[in-house]
Design a protein around this ligand. Sequence first.
Ligand code: KMH
Ligand code: ZN
Length: 281
Amino acid sequence: MDRTVITVAPTGAESSKADVPALPVTLAELVTTARDCAAVGASVVHVHIRDDEARPTLALGRLRETVAALRAETDLIVQLSTGGAVTDGEADRLAVLDAEPDMASCTMGTVNFGRDVFCNRWDFIVELHTRMRDRRIVPEYELFDLGHVASLHRLLDRHGLPYGGHVHVDLVMGVPGGMPGTAAAMVAAVAELPVGATFSATGVGRSTLPVALAALSTGGHLRVGMEDSLSYAPGRPVRNNTELVARAAGLARVAQRPPMAVAEVRALLGIRDDSAAALTR
Ligand code: KMH
Ligand code: ZN
């Protein structure tokens, strides 16, 4: 693996605009952010959207409009979150797929999430996985804990490979309640991944840099963004998503694994051709 896939997760569902004014919450802010992040090395955008009051929403019309705008204004691979906020119900989370993104997240189990619980029942996971394959959407399996790796094996053994035939996961590390954001935890998780799977890693909060460095040294890819980190350094808040992507791209270059071009990422992950073709329409 001589290049690095950089995913930006610019918004998330947990931070409020009032607390974090730099958070992109409108469609215009999201598109500008995506364009700026693409310019410094991002190839995938992991998207949570907000309503007119900047609250997390899974409104389908707004999701469709977001996918269309990101496709029109950037060449990024558009990955919608099916995780949403911890308060979102299963029906709304499944309906995210009706917005026809290139990719969508698929979390591989329930996890404590700070004082909340991020609930992902087995039957719900199977439904997400199956619907994504039917709709030719490439999943990114989100693993918050080591047990989620075992669930991924069970899913693939019982229900087959995802659309595109390639398995890509994101290790979400350092969530209070999930696996810690340490090199030791990463090595343990990576050792158990399915043969041929690729992985990116995200270190929440203070684990951002240790996780990024460990991912680069174990052949992994990077996810960064204000969904996961609001602090650039001790006492220095993140100014915008672009600086997080630029720093990740810099680390990748130092590791002699510079950012991978979007076309190459599309081929690696098995993204359907017609979504790329839609860019040129
Ligand atoms: N907001 C978290 C509860 C995902 O995007 O799929 C879930 C999350 C995972 O962010
Ligand atoms: Zn997310």
